[in-house]
Design a protein around this ligand. Structure first.
Ligand SMILES: Cc1cc2nc3c(=O)[nH]c(=O)nc-3n(C[C@H](O)[C@H](O)[C@H](O)COP(=O)(O)OP(=O)(O)OC[C@H]3O[C@@H](n4cnc5c(N)ncnc54)[C@H](O)[C@@H]3O)c2cc1C
Length: 409
């Protein structure tokens, strides 16, 4: 699968990443993690930190999959509102999901404090605005629900928004507790940190097949090298659907631009993350080198040629959307623009844990707009499942859970 087209702005922010070779011998380990994206990095880091003997293999290079296409918004609020999660999964489960996401943002922040490569993790507020008047009653209800359950939120009326930002919207929720990050640097940094603690890392090493016995699993690379492991974690991103299709998943196309570095930040409160109630939604952030990164305009197609042919037009449209919000910025232009495959689930929760037909294996599919946060949750759940055989929240994300095909809400 070609996960994205045209490089993101992040690629230029780490010109000399650490070097890891490909696998050229037969080895064994306790846990093999397949996939060197955000998910694989976090689960390998968690297991290594817990003292397990872990190997990570990546068929391309570290952070060269969807993780390098990410826009790096680290938010606890899901694409599916808290109210909607409570309706779908029950009050307790919906709230637990939000609390887990909130904790995961904090955990990511604390991991980031100890990394040798600076992942540019910066705590940020989020502005979630109503895209139209009709969305305001639902937004008020979401705000009340978040407030009732102790989240740091403030409701902004239209005049409050207009007096703080360079645009007016019908209403918004301003929340604390989120962050921005450079997703490419973060992935490399976590892998490097785990490697210092004993993780063995192999790039350009593709896994082709595996078979499990009663006490181990044997995995074969493209060169027929073998890795004997007690457990395998598939952190293979959207390409996991090529191994086994999950009927709860949807693969679509999405688009992103990064502007030139800017020096005028007026009309943008504290460089907060910005997104909206429309689906698909427009979302924006700033980078440490003062670019605006904006994404959205998703398309239902998963055909790469179709996705990529729309990129030039999407770049123009995204620029227009940014310009509408910040009309005072002169000569705004896109220095980067990329198209990417984007995966989500019908029910709005990621897919984490074992699945039928794959003994001794766990899967980490952090599908959805908050894939980094979901990967953090998944890393802990999978580490617990391997270490203790259970985790109190694992049932929420079970891969074989029943679901209905519903539109994003
Ligand atoms: C445009 C875009 C914007 C996004 N914005 C955000 C955002 O703002 N915030 C957020 O939290 N999330 C965001 N996401 C989601 C986020 O990028 C993903 O959830 C996350 O990066 C996925 O990480 P991953 O490790 O699961 O997948 P990947 O990064 O794709 O890593 C999987 C790796 O597995 C490797 N692999 C696959 N098969 C094999 C094999 N057989 N052998 C060896 N290696 C293999 C691949 O090469 C790949 O490197 C965004 C996604 C996109 C596309």
């Amino acid at each position: 699968m070609k996960l994205w087209t045209e490089e993101s702005n992040w690629i230029d922010t780490l010109p000399n990443p650490p070097l890891y070779s490909s696998l050229d011998e037969n080895i064994s380990c306790d846990v093999l993690v397949i996939g060197g994206g955000m998910g694989g990095a976090l689960v390998a880091h968690e297991l290594t930190t817990r003292g397990r003997d872990v190997v990570l293999v990546e068929k391309r290079h570290i952070a060269s999959g969807s993780s390098s296409a990410s826009t790096g918004l680290i938010q606890y609020a899901s694409d599916k509102s808290l109210t909607s999660c409570m309706h779908s999964f029950g009050e307790q489960a919906g709230l637990r999901f939000y609390k887990l996401c909130q904790e995961a943002v904090i955990q990511l922040g604390s991991i980031c404090r100890d990394l040798a490569i600076d992942p540019q993790f910066i705590p940020r507020k989020s502005l979630y605005f109503a895209s139209c008047e009709e969305d305001v009653p639902q937004l008020r209800e979401d705000y009340a629900q978040l407030k009732r359950h102790g989240f740091d939120v403030r409701f902004l009326e239209s005049d409050d928004i207009a007096s703080t930002f360079s645009f007016r919207k019908p209403a918004a929720i301003l929340s604390g507790g989120d962050a921005e990050v450079n997703p490419l640097r973060l992935t490399w940094a976590i892998v490097q940190s785990a490697a210092v603690k004993g993780l063995r890392v192999y790039q350009e090493t593709a896994i082709r097949r595996h078979h499990a016995t009663s006490d181990h699993i044997m995995v074969y690379t493209q060169d027929e090298r073998t890795i004997k492991a007690s457990y395998v974690v598939f952190a293979t991103g959207y390409e996991t659907q090529e191994i086994k299709v999950n009927p709860n998943t949807v693969l679509e196309s999405t688009y992103v631009i990064a502007t030139q570095p800017l020096d005028d930040f007026s009309g943008w409160l504290e460089r907060c993350l910005i997104w909206e109630t429309a689906r698909p939604y427009l979302y924006l952030r700033k980078t440490t080198d003062n670019r605006i990164v904006a994404g959205g305009l998703d398309e239902g197609t998963n055909i790469e040629a179709e996705r990529d042919s729309k990129l030039p037009h999407k770049i123009i449209r995204l620029l227009q959307e940014v310009q509408k919000l910040f009309p005072h910025i002169p000569q705004l232009r896109a220095e980067y623009g990329w198209a990417a495959t984007f995966g989500r689930t019908h029910d709005g929760l990621p897919l984490i844990g074992p699945q039928k037909g794959f003994p001794r294996c766990h899967f980490l599919m952090g599908y959805g707009g908050n894939g980094t946060v979901y990967s953090m949750i998944g890393a802990q759940i999978i580490a617990d499942l391997i270490e203790h055989g259970s985790n109190p929240d694992a049932h929420l994300f079970r891969i074989d859970r029943p679901h209905r095909s519903v539109k994003r809400s």
